[in-house]
Design a protein around this ligand. Structure first.
Ligand code: SF4
Length: 112
């Protein structure tokens, strides 16, 4: 039995791996974010930071600088991709937040 691998096979395999691996990484990071449990607004830290799942429900009297355009999906701390319904948050590690949520730590993503 001949067990030789041709140079062509090695090059083709290497090229396919080079194309497939970055895509696999993106799929894995999305899958990991999708698997995070949602942040509970009753969580003590979430409460302290005024987290709400819907930015239109923010108490304007308690948060006079809040604007309805401020939401997790355009926050610098949001780890999801544009258009993701939910994503991780750098402030609430291990939890997901909805793209339409908000908290007092909101800071607009550069360019958003
Ligand atoms: S830090 Fe940003 S992404 Fe995280 S909960 Fe607050 S507003 Fe949403």
């Amino acid at each position: 039995m001949q067990n030789r691998i041709s140079r062509r096979t090695l090059i083709q395999t290497g090229l396919m791996a080079g194309v497939a691996l970055p895509g696999l990484g993106m799929i894995c990071s999305s899958a990991l974010a999708a698997g995070l449990p949602p942040l509970d607004p009753a969580d003590p830290t979430a409460k302290a930071l005024g987290f709400v799942t819907d930015t239109t429900k923010v108490d304007a009297a308690a948060n006079p600088t809040h604007k309805p355009t401020q939401k997790c999906g355009v926050c610098a701390q949001f780890q999801g991709k544009p258009g993701d319904a939910t994503g991780g948050c750098n402030i609430f590690v291990g939890k997901s937040v909805p793209q339409g949520g908000w908290c007092k730590v909101f800071a607009a993503k550069p360019g958003a």
